[in-house]
Design a protein around this ligand. Structure first.
Ligand code: TXA
Ligand code: MG
Length: 324
């Protein structure tokens, strides 16, 4: 057990064998690390919920090798879903479609729909290919963290969450750093349930139509929960003027506080520079929040990024991390 380098065929095989036998393995993807179990084994999937302390009514994403593998879980893949798969798979877009009855019931938390994603990370792809050879049709995998916490973007983060009992396949730091975009294609109009690093305009261009936001009338989709993706420290979002004024009032040493900001002067030791590029912020965000927690920081002041489309995914995660 422990961390296994994902760069050899031997370690891929070892992880695939364990998954085929019904065990859990933490795996790298291009977004965040996932806690995987074979999707067609409800008992194996039940262990994911237990390990994460995740409520049983909170469905998981099923990871597949390609579109043909996705087909095995879907009652039907509507044209809008096909467009997304063609445009973005393998990649960070999860597509929700009607579920084929009796397939991956535990992973879907019994819902009539299923979330499907084909990851781009080479280790995940090699693993899914080897799993398929062993008769495993797909891997249910939520982010490899305890429910409600910050998703892991390195193998060390996963080991810190679950200890040395967990087998972690190491694929290096995740390139993108925040979770996939989730598009619900199971109803009349595609709905963006969770924004990711892809700007929504790119998804709409591939769809050839606009995305709807999760409606207030419907029951809130699982995963659109406020107060999710939250560090142990209390996080406050502020605009740059507000932050500047607050910092000016502080003494030079201020135990327990961290500031993550694009504009605040760096002379104070508790200020950590936020990059100007949303992709760089997405890439480092969870590692930065985990680092603050590891240092025992109690309060994090974060400068609110611009309210522009390319920042949507980062703004979504920051807003949730700051929710009470
Ligand atoms: O990038 C990602 O998507 C990562 C990596 C590991 O692939 N996975 C991930 O999984 O973020 P998780 O479980 O942390 O988030 C999946 C979200 C949950 O909020 C869940 O409620 C939602 O997807 N979801 C899954 N199936 C659904 C369904 N049938 N209907 C609505 N929401 C669903
Ligand atoms: Mg998660």
């Amino acid at each position: 057990m422990g961390v296994l380098s994902g760069d050899s065929a031997e370690s891929i095989d070892r992880a695939a064998q364990r998954l085929a036998a019904g065990a859990l393995v933490a795996i790298p993807t291009e977004t965040v690390y996932g806690l995987a179990a074979r999707a067609d084994d409800d008992q194996a999937v039940a262990a994911i919920y237990r390990t994460k302390d995740r409520p049983a009514d909170h469905p998981l994403i099923v990871h597949v090798a390609d579109r043909a593998a996705a087909q095995a879980f879907a009652e039907q893949i509507p044209p809008v879903a096909v467009r997304l798969m063609d445009a973005f798979w393998p990649g960070p877009v999860t597509v929700i479609v009607r579920r084929l009855q009796g397939r991956a019931t535990a992973a879907a938390a019994g819902l009539g729909t299923i979330a499907l994603r084909c990851p781009a990370h080479p280790v995940a792809r090699a693993l899914l290919a080897r799993c398929r050879e062993l008769g495993v049709p797909g891997l249910a995998a939520p982010s490899a963290n305890r429910f409600g916490g910050v998703s892991p973007t390195t193998a060390a983060h996963v080991a810190a969450e679950f200890g040395s009992e967990m087998l972690v396949l190491d694929g290096g730091p995740c390139e993108l750093g925040i979770e996939s975009s989730i598009v619900d294609c199971s109803a009349a109009h595609p709905v963006l349930l969770r924004p990711g690093v892809l700007p929504r305009a790119q998804i709409e261009a591939a769809l050839g139509q606009g995305l709807t936001d999760p409606g207030d009338d419907a029951t809130p989709a699982p995963g659109t929960l406020e107060s999710h993706y939250a560090p142990a420290a209390t996080l406050r979002l502020m605009d740059s003027e507000q932050l500047g004024r607050a910092i000016a009032l502080l003494p030079p040493t201020m135990a327990g506080l961290a500031v993550y900001s694009r504009t605040a002067p760096r002379r104070n030791p508790w200020v950590r520079a936020m990059p100007d590029d949303p992709r760089l912020v997405a890439h480092e965000l969870y590692a930065v929040l985990r680092e603050f927690d590891a240092r025992g920081v109690k309060l994090v002041w974060v400068e609110r990024p611009p309210d522009t489309p390319e920042w949507e995914g980062v703004n979504d995660r920051l807003r949730r991390a700051a929710a009470p």
